[in-house]
Write a protein that binds this ligand. Structure first.
Ligand code: 6PG
Length: 470
């Protein structure tokens, strides 16, 4: 009995994805460079092992799958993917599909797609979100490649994906790099969302002097309301957990230095390349970088002092405002992420289906939240086609929430509690809604020192100022 699909790379994500595939009734051939890992995998697969074909070489793997073969690669993004593709090419035949399911840079995906063109093999770049749990029980799956390649793997991918009220969270989003690009922006929004949550945690911890468990309860409450989302839910759980070794709250023993693997940074780089402002995401990436400068921060604290001034405000009222502020910041971050995708869609001719993207983010992925359901509607009707902030449902939400964002940012800034993502989101909103901005002055300056010319209100053509006349 030949397998329907293959998978290379039995790390955490690969193993879980393979078990998920087997559980949905598909026979799967698996291969790992270190054979002991394959043995371990089979030993732990339990009853599902009957649908797993362990392979000792890529040749075995190719022989174990019924052609035309779909093979998922789940290895570290970067060179290992190129190495796997190169090794696989010798073993595969026309019409086989190589599917890269890692967090690849979409530019690499576009290159690989091109490199395989004409070889008879096809390539799919597939973004998978949802962490370990998602991979095992239902991730959100963002596919890029030829539509006919997607059609051939659609049934297995929809079977293993998360479901939102029965609808699968897997979709074909466009050619070549489209899937990995959308996954990258998903992660960009994820960075902004996490950073804004951390900023609110900072205000509660340092401004209000609340203990982790108390803060956890606040997040748990918020998860029942408009902020309902996976990230708020896990934040509440994280804040309530104790460290078995010391008995202290776990968050209190974790070093305040955040890592990153690249997707957030790529979102920002691409946003800049496309000329689309994504300030909340930029701030979140910068905040992770700053967090990594632990020793410098400690030294600076000794020079400047780093204490947050206690915030004196009635707690219940302030909590309500913090909730609304986070809500407003989150809307701005999504608006920016979708705007970047719209820009990329034009640039790379992907024709990205925004309502579908919002749909497949409603379950399985890390940024799943109640708000996404309203986005499906806003993009579906075209109401958000210029910017999410202009869709009537979101106008209503922002009108209610932005005063709280303003108040919270002002309060935090006064107290010295850093709020880079929230304040960037607010500045974006304020700039976006300012019909007459201040760039008239920038234009005048540019013309003054470089004779760059400016436009006059209500006239066409380039004009120069009367500079240098004393
Ligand atoms: C997801 C996550 C996942 C992973 C990222 C996080 O959607 O399931 O985004 O892909 O956790 O690698 O990125 P950092 O390691 O850069 O935080």
């Amino acid at each position: 009995d030949k397998a329907e699909i293959g998978l290379i790379g039995l790390g955490t994500m690969g193993s879980n994805l393979a078990l998920n595939i087997a559980e949905k009734g598909h026979r799967i051939a698996v291969y790992n460079r270190t054979p002991s890992r394959t043995d371990d995998f089979v030993a732990k697969a339990g009853a599902l092992a009957s649908r797993v074909v362990p392979c000792e070489s890529l040749a075995d793997l190719a022989a174990a799958i019924r052609p035309p073969r779909p093979i998922i690669i789940m290895v570290l993004a970067g060179t290992p993917v190129d190495e796997q593709i190169a090794a696989l090419r010798g073993e595969l035949a026309a019409n086989d599909i190589i599917i890269d399911a890692g967090n690849a840079n979409f530019r690499d995906t576009m290159r690989r797609f091109k490199e395989l063109e004409g070889s008879g093999l096809t390539f799919i770049g597939m973004g998978v979100s949802g962490g370990e749990e998602g991979a095992r029980h239902g991730p959100s799956i963002m596919v890029g490649g030829k539509e006919e390649s997607w059609r051939r793997v659609e049934s297995v991918l929809t079977a293993i994906s998360a479901k939102f009220k029965g609808e699968p969270c897997a979709a074909w989003l466009g050619t070549d790099g489209a899937g990995h690009f959308v996954k990258t922006i998903h992660n960009g929004i994820e960075y902004a969302d996490m950073q804004m949550i951390a900023e609110i945690y900072g205000i509660l911890r340092d401004g209000l002097g609340m203990a982790p468990k108390e803060i956890g309860s606040v997040f748990a409450d918020w998860n029942k309301g408009r902020l309902n989302s996976y990230l708020i839910e896990i934040t509440a759980e994280v804040l309530k957990a104790d460290d078995p070794q010391t008995g202290k709250p776990v968050v209190d023993i974790i070093l305040d230095r955040a890592g990153q693997k690249g997707t957030g940074k790529w979102s920002v780089i691409e946003a800049q390349q496309l000329g689309i402002p994504a300030t909340a995401i930029e701030a979140a990436v910068a905040a992770r970088v700053l967090s990594s400068l632990k020793d410098e921060r400690l030294a600076a604290e000794r020079v400047y002092g780093g204490g947050v001034v206690p915030i004196k405000a009635p707690r219940e009222t302030l909590l309500k405002q913090l909730e609304l502020a986070l809500f407003a910041g989150k809307i701005a971050a999504y608006a920016q992420g979708f705007a970047v995708m719209a820009g990329a869609s034009k640039e790379f001719n992907w024709n990205l289906p925004m309502p579908t993207i919002a749909k497949i983010w409603r379950a399985g992925c890390i940024i799943r939240s109640q708000m996404l359901d309203t986005m499906v509607e806003a993009f579906g009707t075209g109401a958000a086609s210029t910017n999410l902030l202009m869709a009537p449902d979101f106008v209503k939400m922002m009108q209610e929430a932005h005063p709280a964002l303003r108040h919270v940012v002002a309060l935090a800034m006064e107290a010295g509690s850093p709020v880079p993502a929230l304040s960037s989101a607010l500045a974006y909103f304020d700039s976006y809604r300012q019909g007459r901005g201040t760039s008239n002055l920038i234009q005048a300056q540019r013309d003054f020192f470089g004779a760059h010319g400016f436009e006059r209100i209500g006239e066409t053509g380039a004009f120069h100022g009367p500079w240098g006349q004393g």
